[in-house]
Design a protein around this ligand. Structure first.
Ligand SMILES: Cc1ncc(COP(=O)(O)O)c(C=O)c1O
Length: 442
């Protein structure tokens, strides 16, 4: 309970939720938590920042955290979904987001996926000329209900992290704009297809500065103007500007937020303020990262080569990028006792190890923290995007439960289930359990 009448901050809410989760046994051995108020705040920040740009359809990149109840919650707040696989599509549709509330992106859409999207009236961003030819065949002579666009790789270069930079010269995504002859081919592709009305760009994710993202948008805006001038009418009516706003993983503060992107975007492409193009956004990390955190019990502690190590249940299965590329994806780790109260005491460099059977399965290396003991809790902050939804099935470890929470102004915490932990029976089924009887006797 809080004794002050000042509104609870995100950090207050987190501490209250952690204590409540410890008390109610929700954190053991590991679980994810989502502060629904933080999600709501991010949505408000997003819509407010983009308000000066006129008509904007905001979607959440389902890959960032495609939990069905969360997609429904976001949908109720007016956020649609960007989906990139049949699975993401099915989850979003189950959450009530279908038809024009979905945007389908993916470099590997099958004909069946395209046909489904067209039947549903879902927007599609084709990735390449071959996919356009498939759309030609599917559409035939009937004007499609779906908004159809083309993903452009503006080739504006990489951000800080190569793996999440999609606008490099040789990226696998979209049609490379600067490659010899492509500009003319693009103009021709639009001239032949009056139903192509959108250009799509996504320069990359974490590590791409807003200025680089704005360069990508400038490139597709220029191309749209060119296509429209050649058509003699406004054929391209919308620009899908993707996601990619980086998140500050070093503190609990929200950082410059979406306004910190809209300002450089408008200064790079001032014409966007005229509202002649409807916009689509596809943010993932910046919408959700700050709302979530992972909690794991410390199972054992040991000292090896003089280094204290806390063995937890949170490793590469829930934090693959952090474990495999620790320099690019460091996480803030908090140390708490078994009641969820912050641990005190001198900070000692410790490894926070996960349960997987490889030596590099460390959530943090030599991290200065109060010395952890068995039964304590470790918290991996800012994991609301790309951690709960990107499970790595090594060692047949279950996907953990994810709980949403709401904290009342008085400090009472209510948990709402977003996903239950995978059961052992489900793990056996995933491991081919149903085919045990299918093998001939050895
Ligand atoms: C096409 C597309 N749109 C949007 C996103 C979301 O990016 P972010 O989570 O960085 O906002 C991605 C991420 O990979 C993407 O590939």
């Amino acid at each position: 309970m809080t004794t002050t009448s000042a509104p609870l901050t995100r950090t207050d809410r987190k501490l209250l939720a952690l204590a409540a989760a410890a008390d109610r046994g929700l954190a053991a051995p590991m679980a994810g938590f989502v502060d629904l108020a933080t999600v709501r705040e991010a949505v408000e920040d997003l819509t407010k920042a983009f308000a000066p740009l006129g008509r904007v359809q905001h979607t959440v990149a389902a890959k960032a955290c495609g939990l069905a109840p969360l997609l429904r919650f976001l949908g109720d707040l007016g956020i649609d979904a960007e989906v990139a696989s049949p699975g993401e599509t099915a989850v979003a549709e189950a959450a009530g987001l279908r038809g024009p509330r979905l945007v389908l992106d993916s470099p590997a859409k099958t004909t069946a996926e395209l046909a489904h999207a067209l039947a549903e009236g879902t927007a599609v961003n084709a990735d390449n000329f071959q996919e356009l030819a498939r759309l030609d065949a599917l559409i035939g002579g009937t004007p499609p209900r779906s908004v159809l666009g083309l993903r452009i790789n503006p080739q504006v270069g990489a951000g800080r992290i190569g793996d999440t930079s999609t606008a490099t010269a040789a990226s696998k995504f979209g049609i490379p704009l600067r490659d010899n002859g492509n500009r003319a081919l693009l103009r021709e592709a639009f001239a032949r297809r009056p139903w192509l009305t959108r250009l799509h760009v996504h320069v990359g994710s974490q590590g791409c500065p807003p200025e680089l993202m704005a360069d990508g948008v400038a490139a597709v805006h220029e191309l749209a103007e060119e296509i429209n001038a050649e058509a003699g009418y406004r054929q391209v009516t919308s620009l899908d500007i993707g996601g990619g706003l980086p998140v500050d993983f070093t503190s609990d503060e929200p950082g410059p937020g979406f306004a910190g992107y809209v300002a450089p975007l408008l200064s790079r492409v001032p014409a966007l303020a005229e509202g002649r193009y409807a916009l689509v956004t596809e943010f993932g990390r910046s919408l959700l990262a700050k709302s979530g955190f992972l909690v794991s019990t410390v199972e054992y502690t040991k000292v090896a080569g003089g280094r204290p190590i806390a063995v937890t249940h949170a490793g590469g299965q829930v934090a693959a990028r952090t474990v495999l590329q620790p320099d690019h994806w460091p996480l803030r780790i908090g140390a708490f006792d078994a009641t969820g109260a912050p641990k005190t005491g001198p900070e000692v460099p410790q490894d926070i190890a996960g349960p997987l059977c490889f030596a590099g399965d460390l959530l943090a290396r030599e991290r200065p923290l109060p010395l952890l003991d068995p039964g304590d809790l470790v918290v991996a902050h800012d994991t609301g995007a790309y951690y709960f939804g990107a499970h790595y099935a090594y060692n047949t470890l279950p996907r953990p439960a994810v709980h949403g929470f709401i904290v009342s102004p008085r400090g009472d915490v209510e948990f709402v289930p977003l996903r239950r932990a995978q059961t052992l029976a489900e793990l056996v089924a995933d491991a081919g359990g149903e085919f045990l009887g299918a093998l001939p006797a050895a």
